[in-house]
Write a protein that binds this ligand. Structure first.
Ligand code: DON
Length: 583
């Protein structure tokens, strides 16, 4: 902690002081699927936390057979692609942070989709030069980025797997062949108005609307095409995805899409490469918070929020003090201003990563925060050390909600924190051989320049669209793993993860309680407060400080595992249908 502004010790009679303690409010007792909140899970050996019980069981089965955290994460992902197809799968991309317990090395695997070689900076512009509405761009072939998830799983296995590759496919193949039970969340989404888009393409429509009606909760659904695809991958490895009949069908579906035909070629798939990167690991109080650097904005922006908050005594103020939330709100605005200006794929544009996390720079940003007023968004970006000389324009694209987070710790202390996505719900809506293709290209900014200045996150061939995914591993002062966590939620992921870290590390809440606690998110625009939770009580005090506040559904999917006194404790988000389980 560098300095504590005096005003924080002189909490005067602000409007905020009349607010009831947040801790007194319980989280919403039931989520939209009708499921109740979870109890904190405990384990002594190993644990998996993910978005669906079938996927968690597949991961646990691998751990019980002596598999590593990497093995378990792979099995989880393969099942998620079946039982939670709206969120992630082999047609998408992912980031995985891996801790090797022996060497203590943390590796950040980048399996993000790439823009096809024939992509152009103006591919989402209409004839009048205006950008396509995002909703219209989100369906069909043009939005599909070259998928990276299969290559990521193969790399994880090659470097950290213990069980035979083919064995990891067993649970998913069996469930796809014999049938899985459609869960309430998938059924609710299929019954909704937005699922109409799925009917754009015949194969997708026939799978999700057999006989014309949406799949309903409790139905046993088979996916023989997915079982066949997985069997090929189990037998022949990732090459069976990136070359040969599967690759040909992906390209055929993308280019032949009746809506928004795309430009992907076989060379895009055969040329796809996972990148092993250095994680971004800023220090927050006594912890090292490792996250995903560019092309994700997750690690740097969570790091900026925490780096600004490190200038205040959040542990002393506690979670019941609305000033704590005021500070989180302000820090989020400031961090998003920099994110929108400076962060994109660093292999294509210079990103001042060190400067964005520079302690003095963040202390200067923290000094902009006032106790009695809020900064009116949009806040201007700062000038961190190392910013590119060429002036840049900001983008402020706000992404709608298909993503999932997997946390695994194995019996040897290896860990995986992996956030995986097909971007929007059901991705591009294009289904090939039993899996959905992503619409990750919509994570680029559609406009390449503003007022003559280039936008960092513009489209270029081979470039990876900026992400907000924030898979995180936290280490204590001794370098021991303290926490693995992450979430879906589009650019709100950053706020969900930052809040959970503050709750666990500063307010000593257990991971389940931290996940349950109502959300506050600010992306340098409105302050979003979570409907039906204690966070709603912040509306009046934050408005009194000048904020524009919206109370709304905030659908995180946080899955975390912490290590406390040598024991594993797991939490799963009651807002979705995941669980944390271990032995
Ligand atoms: O990479 C990203 O940041 C987005 N494509 C993630 C989308 C997402 O989290 C949707 N979630 N519910």
């Amino acid at each position: 902690m560098s300095h504590i502004p005096a005003f924080l010790f002189a909490l005067a009679a602000l409007a905020v002081s009349a607010v009831p303690p947040l801790a007194a409010q319980s989280p919403q007792p039931e989520d939209s699927t009708g499921r109740g909140a979870h109890a904190l899970a405990f384990a002594d050996r190993h644990m998996v936390a993910a978005a669906h019980p079938d996927a968690v069981e597949a991961g646990l089965a691998m751990l019980r057979r002596g598999g590593s955290a990497a093995d378990a994460a792979i099995a989880v992902q393969l099942v998620l692609g079946l039982v939670e197809p709206q969120s992630s799968g082999i047609g998408g991309g992912a980031f995985a942070l891996h801790l090797d317990a022996d060497t203590r090395a943390v590796t950040a695997y980048d399996g993000r989709e790439t823009a096809p070689l024939d992509a152009t900076h103006d591919m989402f512009l209409l004839t009048d030069g205006k950008p396509m509405p995002r909703g219209a761009a989100a369906t069909g072939g043009l939005a599909v980025g070259t998928p990276g998830t299969v290559a990521l799983l193969a790399r994880l296995h090659r470097e950290h797997g213990r069980l035979p590759w083919a064995e990891l496919f067993g649970p998913a193949i069996e469930l796809a062949r014999e049938g899985f039970t459609v869960g309430p969340r998938l059924a609710t989404m299929l019954a909704g108005r937005r699922a109409e888009r799925l009917k754009t393409f015949e194969t997708t429509r026939d799978y999700f609307f057999p006989g014309g009606a949406p799949l309903t909760a409790g139905t046993v659904q088979r996916n023989p095409a997915y079982a066949d695809t997985l069997s090929r991958l189990a037998r022949d490895g990732a090459a069976a995805f990136y070359e040969g009949p599967v690759a040909q069908d992906i390209v055929g579906a993308v280019r032949g899409a009746a809506t928004n035909p795309g430009v992907m070629r076989l060379e895009d798939l055969s040329g796809y490469r996972v990148v092993a990167r250095m994680p971004v690991c800023p220090v927050y109080r006594m912890y090292r918070i490792c996250g995903m650097g560019p092309p994700s904005s997750g690690g740097l922006t969570v790091g900026q929020i925490l780096g600004i908050l490190a200038n205040f005594d959040l542990p002393g103020m506690g979670r019941d003090d609305p000033q704590s939330w005021h500070l989180i709100n302000e820090a989020s605005k400031l961090a998003f201003a920099d994110r929108n200006r400076y962060i994109a794929d660093a292999d294509f544009v210079p990103v001042p990563a060190d400067g964005l996390l520079d302690r003095d720079y963040l202390a200067a940003r923290a000094a902009l925060i006032r106790q009695q007023t809020s900064i009116i968004p949009p806040v201007a970006p700062g000038r961190p050390p190392g910013i590119p000389r060429e002036p840049r324009a900001s983008d402020d694209s706000v992404r709608p909600p298909g993503t999932s987070h997997i946390s695994v710790v194995d019996g040897d202390g290896n860990a995986v924190s992996m956030t995986t996505t097909i971007e929007g719900a059901f991705g591009s809506q294009l289904m090939v051989r039993g899996f959905l293709l992503n619409n990750q290209m919509t994570d680029f900014n559609f406009v390449a320049e503003r007022d003559g200045r280039p936008v960092a996150n513009a489209i270029a061939p081979g470039k990876r669209p900026r992400s907000s995914m924030a898979p995180t591993l936290v280490f204590d002062r001794d370098g021991a793993l303290r926490l693995a966590v992450g979430s879906p939620g589009g650019s709100r992921i950053i706020g969900y993860v930052a809040k959970t870290l503050v709750a666990v590390l500063d307010w000593e809440m257990d991971i389940q309680a931290a996940i349950d606690m109502g959300h506050l998110v600010n992306r340098n625009r409105f302050t979003d407060l979570e409907d039906g939770t204690g966070a709603e009580d912040l509306k009046a005090p934050l408005e009194a400080l000048g904020n524009r506040v919206k109370v709304r559904d905030l659908n995180s999917g946080l899955h975390g595992i912490e290590i406390v006194d040598g024991r594993l404790r797991g939490g799963a988000d009651p807002r979705r249908e995941g669980v944390a389980r271990g032995d």
